[in-house]
Design a protein around this ligand. Structure first.
Ligand code: CA
Length: 345
């Protein structure tokens, strides 16, 4: 193809992208035509103990409570959110792998990964007062005012009786295309002007999702990759831990991160449309959406750019740095995993 021909083709594709762009914008607008953007705004950065393999995070009366996992390292901590300093902590024996926590009726309820026991501690002195039993794995938990809301590493969320811990009902977390969102991890229950919501980490993903607890439908997805790139120095040191502060403000951190963040989550009560969290099935619903058109257009333009620039690319098979950390090979196995301990969640 001549250079003139190439330029014409490129121009056509760019025009196509421009023509399709209004379709994209039209998908996520509110009743006034304003864009609904689910965005994390960093309000302040704080220290986080980087020995904390964070499994649960919850704020109560200005104090932050944190549970940390791994056999032999699990703990329950009372933390000063401003300094990140540990005020009090309780260490567990090496049979306990601590998971998510929530505050209920003056106590802290803490899940365990595979022990099938939820321990209950006094907030005053972190002493154990009772426990619940359950079947399966425990990952995240929050209290919605009526029930314990619990994740177990799948897409299924259970709503449990606060007296018996029996399951009252379950929902499956799905995006708006019906794709199941698995590995739902740490949770936070909040009430918004549009109704109750559950906010969740998704294990090994740089996103936080908001779903409707009545049916499990994801209403918003927040990209936290700019935070994970600052803190993630290993395959297990993932984004995890979210605690409601006030209004639309939350504390978030990750496993062994050295930073904790006070953030604002924009448009928390407003639902975006056509939210595709897992790998979308292009060819079905999404093909007719603006997002599908944008994806195709961007893909074609990207391929064309590569085509035009190929003469400038290095010879001999040298790779080009993409800047995408997901392209990296997995890091060497952490020592604790080599010892036979399977890291959670
Ligand atoms: Ca939480």
């Amino acid at each position: 193809m001549s250079r003139t021909g190439r330029s014409s083709l490129l121009l056509s594709l760019l025009v196509s992208a421009f023509v399709f762009s209004p379709l994209i914008q039209a998908e996520n607008v509110d009743e006034y035509g304003e864009n609904i953007e689910h965005e994390i705004i960093i309000l302040s950065e704080h220290h986080h103990q980087n020995d904390a393999f964070t499994q649960g995070l919850e704020m109560y009366n200005g104090t932050l409570y944190e549970s940390t996992g791994l056999y032999g390292f699990s703990s329950l901590r009372e933390v000063d959110p401003i300094t990140g300093g540990v005020i009090r902590s309780k260490l567990f024996n090496d049979t306990i792998f601590a998971e998510g926590i929530t505050i209920y009726n003056g106590t802290i309820v803490m899940l365990t990964w595979k022990s099938q026991v939820a321990y209950v501690f006094e907030m005053e002195n972190l002493s154990e007062v009772s426990s619940y039993v359950y079947e399966g794995e425990g990952w995240g938990i929050c209290f919605d005012g009526n029930y314990f809301v619990m994740s177990n590493g799948t897409s299924s969320i259970s709503f449990r009786n606060t007296e018996t811990f029996e399951i009252e009902r379950t929902v499956s977390v799905t995006d708006s295309f019906g794709n199941l969102i698995s590995k739902i991890n740490e949770l936070e229950c909040v009430n918004t002007s549009a109704g109750p919501r559950v906010i969740a980490n998704v294990w090994q993903q740089d996103i936080i999702v908001v779903f409707d607890p009545s049916n499990g439908t994801v209403l918003g997805e927040y990209d936290a990759s700019h935070l994970t790139s600052e803190n993630n120095h290993g395959i297990n040191n993932v984004l995890n831990g979210i605690a409601h502060s006030t209004g639309s403000e939350f504390w978030i951190t990750g496993k062994n991160w050295s930073k904790m963040y006070l953030i604002q989550m924009t448009n928390l009560s407003q639902a975006g449309e056509d939210i595709c969290v897992s790998s979308c099935n292009v060819g079905q619903d999404s093909i007719s959406s603006g997002r599908g058109l944008m994806t195709i257009t961007v893909l074609i333009v990207g391929l064309l750019i590569i085509f035009f620039r190929r003469d400038d690319m290095p010879v001999g098979g040298e790779s080009v740095e993409t800047g995408n950390r997901h392209d990296e090979q997995p890091k060497p196995t952490p020592p604790i995993q080599e010892d036979g301990v399977i890291l959670d969640d």
